[in-house]
Design a binder for this molecule. Structure first.
Ligand SMILES: Cc1cc2nc3c(=O)[nH]c(=O)nc-3n(C[C@H](O)[C@H](O)[C@H](O)COP(=O)(O)OP(=O)(O)OC[C@H]3O[C@@H](n4cnc5c(N)ncnc54)[C@H](O)[C@@H]3O)c2cc1C
Length: 465
């Protein structure tokens, strides 16, 4: 077998798998190289045995929500376009919708659901003076071309300032969008804000039955059915390039040749494979997180609460920045995956709690300190769970990921989840033939990453040839 490919893809995360499907579908000889033994990247899955009941449970590493919800057959929605491009039937995703989610600050709370009217009516009730201006803002966002590949950074807070005068409302609107996708501290790029506003508030949340594993298995099956090659435990150690990209070296020394490389490893991470990481060091994002998973036998307590996701903030000002301490417990995302399908009353219940975290401080810990601090994160998360649910929950299983876990499993420098602060919106790099897909192309989240893989492979893998 020759080692020459039409395209090489680095990473079997959402963007890499989606790009691979498009290229293989059009008979390109394509290989996806994944350094781990499992696909999914930032959003993968794993299984653990629960000691008390001896049952084995599948956990999502990250999944809180699949954004961009669309009903079956709904036209011109990103999710529907994605399915069409990947030729995967809607029903295969087995989506369950959120009940509603909650933005809970010190002085006010706002509900939203997959029906945008709920959010609008909540704003009309809680902030009656602001609702007309909110409508104007929404009209502006709906017309905005957020996918313009040539767009440059615009501060979202400066745009919000021109529409809304109530500081609390501005904070409440931006908070979920910051924590679900901003590589920048305190503020975010306006195109990114529009993408997120539409995907979270206008379209909404759902979750596939079976969690992220359902999505990953669908993507792998599709990719392999159209003839794509997928190699696990195949870390790329170097990208070979001079005036044009030539191919990649794997860690075991094997060379794979191609004139086109699509990398989902991240922008600074990809340049480190060219030994040029230094020039991009300042662009490494600062935002990382801890994620706690708490499993309880008291599913009733969770389902009685009804909300699917709570964006919790202790004060009325939202601080979205790398904390000076290991974690910042003044805000959190509190996700109850069981509340996507309230009809299923059996089994255990799960709560997932995300805190902003400081990678550098986590990285410095000794092994013993690290384990003790993970235990502390769990205790904080458990306390918050009881506070929000208003009752004690027994915990039969717990797990905590830290920024260094994220770094270890994804290769993202500093354990960043939303990648570098410099995005390459058109996917191009200074090296002809080397393209960036996924998080650092600027489309985030599961749906965004898949759309990135699709659009970049269409543009540079299919249309150019
Ligand atoms: C805790 C957590 C919770 C999240 N929750 C949600 C959510 O609820 N909803 C949502 O939409 N999004 C969520 N996200 C974000 C979402 O997971 C990501 O935006 C998306 O998965 C990014 O996909 P990607 O393909 O761009 O990159 P990645 O997932 O980072 O994939 C890159 C892949 O490249 C591989 N790789 C890197 N370097 C090399 C190399 N040198 N050689 C070979 N392989 C390499 C990595 O192992 C990885 O598999 C969450 C993320 C985290 C961490």
């Amino acid at each position: 077998m020759t080692n020459k490919y039409d395209a090489i893809i680095i990473g079997a995360g959402m963007s890499g798998l989606a790009a691979g499907i498009r290229l293989a579908m059009y008979d390109k000889k394509v290989v996806i190289l994944e350094k781990h033994s499992i696909a999914g990247g930032l959003n993968s899955y794993y299984a653990r045995r629960i000691k008390a009941s001896k049952e084995i449970i599948n956990f999502d590493v990250g999944l809180h929500a699949l954004t961009n919800f669309a009903n079956k057959g709904e036209r011109r929605r990103p999710f529907t376009k994605l399915l069409k491009q990947l030729r995967i039937p809607y029903d295969d995703f087995k989506l369950k919708e959120q009940t509603f989610s909650l933005i809970k600050f010190k002085s006010a709370a706002l509900k939203f659901s997959n029906d945008f009217e709920l959010m609008r009516s909540e704003i009309a009730t809680v902030f009656p003076q602001q609702v007309d201006q909110f409508d104007k803002l929404v009209n502006y966002l709906v017309e905005y071309n957020e996918t313009d590949l040539k767009a440059t950074y615009i501060s979202t807070r400066s745009v919000l300032e021109t529409y809304l005068s109530d500081d609390l409302l501005k904070e409440m609107i931006i908070a979920p969008l910051l924590i679900y996708g901003s590589a920048w501290e305190e503020d975010m790029d306006f195109s990114q804000f529009v993408i997120m506003f539409k995907s979270i508030y206008l379209e909404g949340f759902s979750r596939p039955v079976g969690g992220v594993r359902t999505i990953i298995e669908l993507l792998i099956d599709k990719y392999q059915s159209v003839g794509g090659e997928l190699r696990f435990k195949a870390p790329v150690s170097q990208i070979k390039a001079d005036t044009h990209v030539k191919g990649v070296y794997l860690a075991d020394g094997e060379f794979l040749e191609s004139q086109k490389i699509f990398s989902s490893a991240g922008l600074p991470e990809t340049f480190s494979l060219l030994n040029e990481a230094e020039s991009l060091k300042s662009d490494i994002g600062k935002m990382s997180f801890t994620e706690s998973i708490i499993v309880t036998q008291n599913k009733q307590a969770i389902q009685n609460y009804k909300a699917t996701i709570v964006f919790y903030n202790e004060s009325d000002k939202y601080l979205y920045r790398k904390p000076d301490t290991l974690i910042d417990t003044s805000s959190a995302v509190f996700c109850l995956p069981d509340n996507y399908e309230l009809e299923n009353k059996d089994g255990n219940g799960t709560a997932r709690i995300t805190y902003m975290a400081n990678y550098d401080l986590w990285k410095k810990l000794s092994k013993a300190e690290y384990l003790a601090q993970k235990e502390n994160v769990y205790h904080q998360a458990n306390k918050l769970t009881q506070k929000i649910l208003g009752q004690k929950v027994d915990c039969i299983f717990k797990d905590v990921f830290s920024p260094t876990t994220i770094e270890r499993y994804t290769g993202h420098f500093s354990g960043t989840v939303y990648g570098a602060t410099k995005k390459t919106r058109d996917g191009q790099t200074s090296i002809p033939g080397l393209y960036i897909i996924g998080t650092d192309q600027g489309f985030l989240g599961i749906v965004g990453s898949m759309l990135s893989g699709i659009s970049m492979s269409n543009l540079y893998g299919l249309m150019e040839s």
